[in-house]
Design a binder for this molecule. Sequence first.
Ligand code: URA
Length: 231
Amino acid sequence: MRLDKMLSECGVATRSETAKAVRAGRVTVDGVPVRKPETKVDPERQTVIYCGMQVRYRKYVYLMLNKPDGYVSATEDGREATVLELLPEEYRKMGVFPCGRLDKHTLGLMLLTNDGALSHRLLAPKSHVSKAYAFSVKFPLSQKDVESLEAGVDIGGYVTKPCSVKLVDAQSGIITITEGKYHQIKLMMEAVHNQITYLERRSFGPLLFDESLARGEWRELTEEEERALKQ
Ligand code: URA
């Protein structure tokens, strides 16, 4: 592949930055300074050094973020802080985006990637990817409320699919859903005349929330997590 394409795909340099660095003799392939930005390279086999830094080529990245309060799940927003702002520039240059949405005040596990096909697959309704959330509500939930939530409730003309609700006490628990309608859990609680006061995602398909991540911290998925997600 072209050297400038490789460097831009993995977030190291834009094409114009590569052209400039090449002109300055600051890019080498297997130790030899490159003369043209369009030089063909084999990223699997050749060693590329850009401005003194060895380049690790990969087309796709998969990140787990512990979403803090107050950030919106978007790549850009004129007014609000976005989850992308919590990531280093390198990932933004690679075109990373949030896989699915969490509300501004929802916390916890968020997957971010630049793998559009995988994201599409994980979010497709027919994939039934399960998502577990720890929640608290304003008023105690009765057994009847729990049964209604589990069977499905009407959230503005749509009846939710069966789900699981495990109470920790009358005002908190874990809810596991297999769909992802806009504001789904908030609206489900409103359907039983209650109100979400706390919502934190704890799992996304096979991916479990890494509690060692502080709010706003992120890490790349391990190979095992990546494999599980792709299955
Ligand atoms: N359901 C909600 O209401 N909000 C979220 O952020 C996720 C699921």
